[in-house]
Every structure is written in C-alpha cells, then in structure tokens.
Design a protein around this ligand. Structure first.
Ligand SMILES: CC(C)(COP(=O)(O)OP(=O)(O)OC[C@H]1O[C@@H](n2cnc3c(N)ncnc32)[C@H](O)[C@@H]1OP(=O)(O)O)[C@@H](O)C(=O)NCCC(=O)NCCS
Length: 160
C-alpha cells in the first residue's frame, strides 16, 4: 500500500535528480522556496521505499518564463506552485501521482491559497488537466529541460 509522508527538501533531491534532472548535481537541485517554513515536501512510500515526490511552495507566477502576458495576477502573494512531481517508472499509472497532487492542492487550499500553478512538461499536461489545471499561454522552452506549459487552477472550491 502506498502512503504519503512529509519530507525535508533535501530528502526529495535524489529522486529529483533521478527522475527529473539526470546528471545535475544534487546541490543544483535546490529550488526557490524549498526551505520556506510553509513549503510542503511530500513523499510516497511503499513500505520504507520512497517511490514518488512532490513539493508545493508559496510563489508568484511571475518567476515562470511561461507566465502569459495576459495573466491577471502574476505577482499574487496567494499563489502556490507545484514542483518536483515525479513517480518511479515501476509505480506509474497506479494512482501515486494523483495522491501526491491532490495532497498538494489540498495543502495550498488549507493555506488560503487562491490558485495553484506549475510549469508542466508537455507530456504531463494530461495528468495535470485531470485535476483541473489548465494551460495558459503558449508552449515554451526551459533550457536544458525541454518544452513546458504554464498551467493553473483556482482554489475557490474544494478539490475532488
Ligand atoms: C506525471 C507523473 C507524475 C504521473 O504520475 P502517475 O503516478 O503515473 O499518475 P497516476 O497513476 O496517479 O495518474 C492519475 C491519472 O492521470 C492520468 N495520467 C497520468 N499521467 C498522464 C499523462 N502523462 N497524460 C495524461 N494522463 C495521465 C492517469 O491515466 C490517471 O487517470 P485515470 O485515473 O483516469 O486512470 C509520472 O508520469 C512521472 O513521474 N513522470 C515523469 C516525471 C515528470 O515528468 N513529472 C512531471 C513534471 S512537470
């Protein structure tokens, strides 16, 4: 059975490296906001084995290179960013990502967030869409990582 646990930011970095940024040294996988007091880092556990990760931090969309020019509130202090979402290949398509993402959404809602956003790799667009995030703007490139969409969902209502 998969359970969720909270992690420190540093606990997430080996899987960030393995699943999202291969070849990048661990000390370069420190993301903005990682050590903020209200940042949440989640791990999905199969027994004691860490099989998935996700983080959610308070951060305005203005930091994204993909934030569309027509964004209504790019500097919002009530914005939460989902980041570093990844599941080990053998554990994909079994609902682990869903568990992680919904807990991130719930947390941002509990923290009085007004919306959540992420820079989504293009192949993950459908995953985020399942849980109400929508693409804003055009596809854009993140250097050394690939093409992304800026995606966002408001938190005015409780998630599924
Ligand atoms: C994206 C990722 C986190 C999804 O995790 P997962 O555990 O496989 O997802 P789940 O099994 O919880 O899927 C939940 C739902 O989303 C759907 N889904 C999952 N990945 C999808 C995708 N890439 N496109 C469309 N739908 C997807 C599933 O079919 C499932 O829908 P269902 O309930 O109707 O069957 C995982 O594929 C991954 O780690 N990818 C590599 C790292 C990565 O790219 N992370 C995203 C960075 S932006």
């Amino acid at each position: 059975m998969i359970t969720l646990t909270t992690l420190s930011a540093s606990d997430t970095r080996p899987l960030r490296q393995q699943l999202l940024r291969q070849g990048v040294p661990l000390d370069q996988l420190v993301y903005d906001g990682d050590d903020d007091a209200d940042a949440l880092h989640l791990g999905a556990l199969d027994g004691e084995a860490l099989v998935g990760i996700a983080s959610v931090v308070r951060q305005s969309p203005a930091v994204s290179n993909g934030t569309p020019a027509h964004h209504p509130n790019p500097h919002s202090p009530h914005a939460w960013r989902i980041r570093g979402m990844a599941v080990l290949p053998d554990y994909r398509a079994q609902g682990v990502g869903k568990l992680l993402l919904l807990r991130c959404i719930d947390y941002a809602f509990e923290m009085q967030g007004r919306f959540i956003w992420c820079d989504a790799r293009i192949h993950a667009r459908g995953f985020y869409e399942k849980y109400g995030l929508r693409v804003m703007g055009e596809v854009y490139d993140v250097p050394n990582v690939g093409q992304h969409y800026y995606m966002q969902r408001d938190l005015a209502r409780v998630c599924e």
